[in-house]
Ligand binder design. Sequence first.
Ligand code: ADP
Ligand code: MG
Length: 567
Amino acid sequence: MQTASELRDLLARIDRRGYPAYKETRGMYRFPDYLLSIDHVQGDPFAAPSRLSIRVSGAKAGFPPSLYRLPCQRVALQDALTRRFGALTAKASFQAKGSGHSGLIGVSRCGQQVLERTACTLDPDSGELTMRLEVGFPANGRTINARELEKILFDLLPGCVRGALLYASLDAGQLRAVADLAEDQQAIRQALPELGLCAFVADGSILPRASGVSDLPMKGAVPFRTPPERKVELTLPHRGKLTGMGIPRGVTLIVGGGYHGKSTLLRALELGVYNHIAGDGREYVITDDTAVKVRAEDGRSICNTDISLFIRNLPNGKDTVHFTTQDASGSTSQAANVVEAMEAGSRLLLMDEDTSATNFMVRDELMQRVIRRDKEPITPFLERVRELYERFGVSTILVAGSSGAFFRVADHIIQMDNYVPREITRLAKEEAARDPDRRDKPEPADPPRFDRSPMPSPEFRKGERVKLKTMGRDGVSLNRESVDLRAVEQLTDAEQTAALGYSLLYAQRCLMDGKKSVRQLAGELERLLEQRGLAALCESPGNIAALARPRKQEILACLNRYRGLRV
Ligand code: ADP
Ligand code: MG
């Protein structure tokens, strides 16, 4: 541990030397309010910026433990501090000048969801706060400009820390509201199973977003209004009484004309597995947090997945209990996505006909009469959806605007009408009953098997250099083998995707042994994140990447899409 003035002296010494001399700054320095740790120094001004962390002791930070009594409150507080610190550093960024990334001060950008991140961690026992950030060490060309780094470390950053990380300088009421909202959201989540619900949408929620590229709430949107038959009243610890629509477990259909808001409701439910920040409009849209959005995904890799629940007797004789392909069709990919959601312990499937394979979803009676069952490998989802619920406890919420076939198998039917939901179960069921049901029923299926156990690949042995790259939110690659995650629609942040890349590597290096199943691997990764935090995924404790926590469902989705999986 060195003092801040020793750092100042060091900077004076290396000023105007070649850029690599910056490496000497690595280490820990005591500043008046905090410890500054220079964890990783970039190789040149154009490379990825240097990584720093700031540690404020519990006594100095001064956050009252009542703000982070519950884990969900701690995550919400960390999120709020990251946003505040990010706003202040954004103003300070590039005030110091130079070539390449010189002067950049970067902090994880948070979207509308509240996620656990390596960016900020608050130790629940000591109250110690750690904030991680990136700084572009300034240079002119490739010559160190230490005066500018001095400006960042001694003028700009201390101001950001004082303005964002010390309780005394923050708005206490606002922080209390953050903690209270998190507790209320958790109360709704915990109430769902007791009420037999798989989702809740509060009256007044704003579901649509400003645009296809903005996750902010739409201005002037029609607020959500619960149909009287579906009204549920909750009493939350802080907000008190809150009414909204409860979606019961079972099979729920969302129908309605085109453009009436069906997909928008489903999208809000998909993201209801996360908590949202105040002002988002979806603060009280809470979905069973094991829910998985399932869609068709042509071209995905499927590795030894049991899709026999939906597909068997392929004309080429291909085994569908151990189904493998490098290039799945619409229907096989959607079948695998359903089964893998079950593998991930999902209790709720979310589907939209807009993104489904038609032949996976339904086969109408006329087609059934012309093409006999023994000539059709696919048992459509329509014929399995009740079994999924009754035998496997997996509910479904399905948007189906074009096929009435699902009326017969649904427990609840909601019509979206000019963005307002109406309860039409009775009406639709009566209409369906007028139509004689001539379909023959499929045989009950064997429960899918989840026992594939991958071997680790030698290229990832400890000590081997591995290239891990993230393509934004959409994918990761390990040594050039890329995993396409675009169809994993509940991933909401590029830092989650990065965490999936690290999880995959961790599983290769430390967990896979040819005996543990993919499901067990995902379970062990989930436990690791729960017990030791996201930083445990990074090999060097001194160089922690910017990661956000993915759910077990996404961890499994990533493992299952990895083309290098050796099973
Ligand atoms: P559907 O799936 O029924 O065809 P969408 O959910 O795609 O309809 O919605 C159609 C359009 O209406 C979208 O542009 C969406 O942003 C907008 N929209 C959805 N819900 C609302 C609402 N509550 N208020 C205003 N506009 C909305
Ligand atoms: Mg739609």
